[in-house]
Design a protein around this ligand. Structure first.
Ligand code: SF4
Length: 413
């Protein structure tokens, strides 16, 4: 596994990319599982965040009537949660045709067995029996995901611990592509020339780190080597890329393989104690009104052993406790733990601090959403501006890819 949270490949803010299928209005599970991290990371990273509309078709191709509506509502919720279009690039996947072009090109070099062994391929076929998943689109979705990622040459992909393996197929495909199309006769000479631009101590450190990492696979040395490259201010971006490729033992990095950036993805249970999900009808919306939040949380499942007010309970067996972990202070949690186990407090009493916090957050989010609900055209403007920025970044990669594959336009034989 690559080193986590290593420094960016240059002096610039590290780039990260993440996307979400257009499911309409978002709920607290979406927020705590992904969106909240995006909002936090946009302060320190160059974020590219997209609506994965083509991915929605991989499992639901027959009825596309709600696609636009769902997309619009979801982007309003992105903005309501605090994603800032001035700092982050927010766009729709299908507005950047390069994703499809790179997907086709990568499909030429990807062994079928790599896609068939992706764990979610079989799992989802089992779980979603009512859907037609016997399509190329469904088998190829990890490859589309790979194209979505590699086209922006991001440094990081934010993922929860259980999704780290998903980034691995992207890294494998990038390595295979670089191996086939990244050959450069002058690579060695270019590395030497770039090393000369480092000062003496940096160069020595770089060589030691490279040797140690390649011989013993020590992640610490990879991180240190990357830091030395990032700190060598006389290098330009392409020289940094070259030295990073050389550090990792790759011949060339046409498509740099991003690292997984581990982000917190706390468990968010729904009203019935199962995972919060629209398909279970057990969600609390991000911008829901206080009356509805109050009604839902008051009716939420609790520890089944607490039948009467006088029965002591166990917070670990109660989904409300997971909400306390997300929303309450240490002091409140101590009050819950004591009051629940001693039957000193009732469940409605216990739920009130959570209700108050969710209502306060949703009021802030409704305020942020209001201008976009009043003027839906503003959302389209944000997506159009995001598409321009995304297309520029994507085209930069595609030019290098087309060149390497002898597909560049306007080149004489
Ligand atoms: S007191 Fe709170 S933690 Fe305990 S069972 Fe009731 S709702 Fe759950």
């Amino acid at each position: 596994m690559p080193a986590m949270n290593s420094p960016p490949s240059s002096g610039k803010r590290a780039r990260l990319l993440s996307g979400m299928r257009p499911t309409g209005k978002l709920h607290l599970g979406n927020y705590h599982g992904a969106l909240r991290n995006w909002v936090a990371l946009q302060d320190t990273h160059e974020g590219f965040f997209f609506v994965a509309d083509w991915h929605a078709l991989t499992t639901d191709y027959a009825d596309t009537s709600l696609l636009q509506k769902n997309q619009h509502e979801m982007v309003v919720d992105f903005l309501a949660a605090g994603l800032d279009p001035e700092r982050s690039t927010i766009f729709v996947q299908s507005h950047v045709p390069g994703h499809a072009e790179l997907h086709v090109l990568l499909s030429m070099i990807t062994p079928l067995s790599w896609l068939e062994r992706v764990p979610t391929y079989k799992d989802q076929q089992e779980q979603l029996k009512e859907k037609d998943l016997a399509t190329y689109g469904f088998l190829g979705y990890p490859l589309l995901q790979t194209a979505d990622i590699l086209i922006y040459r991001p440094d990081f992909i934010p993922v929860g611990e259980d999704q780290v393996a998903h980034v691995e197929i992207t890294r494998e495909i990038a390595r295979r592509f670089n191996h086939i199309f990244g050959r450069d006769e002058k690579f060695g000479a270019k590395v030497k020339a770039a090393q000369k631009k480092m000062d003496g101590a940096q160069r020595e450190g770089y060589v030691t780190c490279r040797q140690g990492y390649q011989e013993r696979g020590e992640q610490k040395l990879l991180t240190e080597g990357r830091a030395l490259v990032a700190a060598a201010f006389r290098l330009d971006d392409s020289e940094r890329e070259l030295l990073l490729a050389n550090l990792e033992g790759e011949h060339h990095r046409l498509l740099p393989a991003p690292d997984a950036l581990l982000t917190p993805t706390p468990k968010v249970l729904g009203l019935d104690g199962r995972k919060m999900s629209k398909s279970y009808g057990n969600t609390i919306g991000l911008t829901e009104e206080p009356a509805s939040i109050t009604r839902k949380v008051r009716g939420m499942t609790t520890d089944p052993a607490r039948v009467r007010r006088t029965d002591p309970g166990n917070p670990e067996k109660c989904p409300v406790w997971d909400l306390h972990k997300l929303y309450s202070s240490d002091e409140t949690r101590a009050w819950v733990a004591e009051g629940c186990t001693s039957a000193g407090i009732g469940c409605l009493e216990c739920k009130q601090p959570v209700i108050d916090r969710i209502c306060a957050d949703s009021a802030t989010m409704r305020d942020r959403a209001a201008p976009y609900l009043a003027n839906p055209g503003r959302v389209n403007e944000i997506l159009a501006a995001g598409a321009v920025k995304a297309n520029i970044a994507a085209e930069e990669t595609m030019q290098a890819v087309r060149g390497a594959m002898n597909l560049a336009r306007g080149v004489s034989p």
